[in-house]
Design a binder for this molecule. Structure first.
Ligand code: FAD
Length: 271
């Protein structure tokens, strides 16, 4: 329960964070809200030799609307997204999803960048960002690159962010199509056993594979004119859910079908 020893470095700019990553190499980890990394360190599942604290890097914090794109700094906390009038008005799916992350303490510390860079398919925000066709921008010594959400999640705790890069912001297209986020939990304020997000014609699933997935078969079935009920039956196709203490793989498949149907029905009421 006590982390291995580490060096603590607090930085105040992305440039300083990148320099510190260069100095400490793959032995370093960025620290944002600490609500995923510190528990892993306490369990010694992560033993970084240096922690580079980016939580007070002002350029990584904030929400701005520019044309039809909402830009959210990576170190913006869940609570700010949940309560932002701009997010609520222009991307309500994201504000609502943020409101379901853990409890108030978690939402006051955890950041959107930490949530997506952690790369856990049971996390809430990545599922909605996938349905929203968000684009993540990462910065390294050689400059910035944009990674669509559909290419960002690579595996369990693995994303497109390289060890020497910082996720700097996330761009979310503004849309007024219908939306819904459905999260099934064993206990209140728990991680999702399974989750489903719908934004317009896009459907995404959480905790149905090592990474959040788009339910492409459901999307195609809706496009082809099938009913919501018919399309939802395809929700678990192409998924590979695990069995664990929360649910068996078969139960997760059942949940995916039910949650996708509920999400499509609710989204239709918001068109
Ligand atoms: P950190 O823990 O600081 O970092 C996580 C990882 O991301 C680390 O590897 C770090 O190096 C990396 N990282 C962070 N920022 C960047 C960046 N800008 N660029 C590159 N890499 C970066 N989450 C949910 O989705 N749903 C829940 O219901 C939920 N419940 C929770 C309950 C509890 C009790 C706790 C402790 C956490 C819970 N969480 C839940 C996780 C929470 O959302 C975390 O805040 C989030 O997963 C990680 O964000 P963070 O800012 O704390 O990241």
């Amino acid at each position: 329960m006590i982390p291995a020893p580490f060096t603590y470095i607090r930085v105040s700019s992305v440039a300083d964070a990148l320099s510190a990553l260069q100095v400490h190499g793959e032995e370093a980890k960025l620290l944002a809200g600490g609500h995923s990394l510190i528990p892993l360190m306490k369990l010694r599942l992560a033993t970084p030799q240096a922690l580079i604290d980016i939580s007070s890097v002002n350029e990584l914090v904030g929400i701005t609307l520019s044309g039809n794109v909402l830009r959210i700094g990576a170190a913006t906390r869940h609570f700010e997204i949940e309560t932002s009038e701009v997010v609520r008005k222009h991307v309500p799916l994201l504000a609502y999803t943020a409101s379901l992350v853990g409890d108030p303490q978690v939402r006051n510390r955890g950041t959107i960048g930490g949530s997506v860079a952690h790369g856990d398919s049971a996390s809430d925000l990545p599922v909605s960002l996938l349905a929203l066709d968000a684009v993540m921008t990462v910065q390294g010594a050689r400059g910035k690159r944009a990674v669509p959400a559909s290419e960002f999640f690579l595996g369990f705790w693995r994303t497109a962010v390289a060890p020497d890069e910082v996720l700097v912001h996330i761009d979310v297209p503004v849309t007024n199509s219908g939306w819904s986020y459905q999260k099934f939990t064993i206990r209140s304020q728990d991680w999702a056993t399974v989750s489903a997000a719908v934004q317009g014609d896009a459907v995404a699933l959480g905790a149905m594979a090592e990474i959040p997935l788009r339910a492409r078969q459901v999307e195609a079935a809706i496009q082809a004119g099938n009913t919501v009920s018919e399309a939802s039956r395809l929700a678990d196709e192409g998924t590979s859910p695990s069995s664990d203490t929360r649910a068996s793989a078969d139960y997760r498949r059942h949940l995916a079908r039910v949650l996708v149907e509920n999400a499509l029905v609710e989204a239709a009421t918001r068109r």
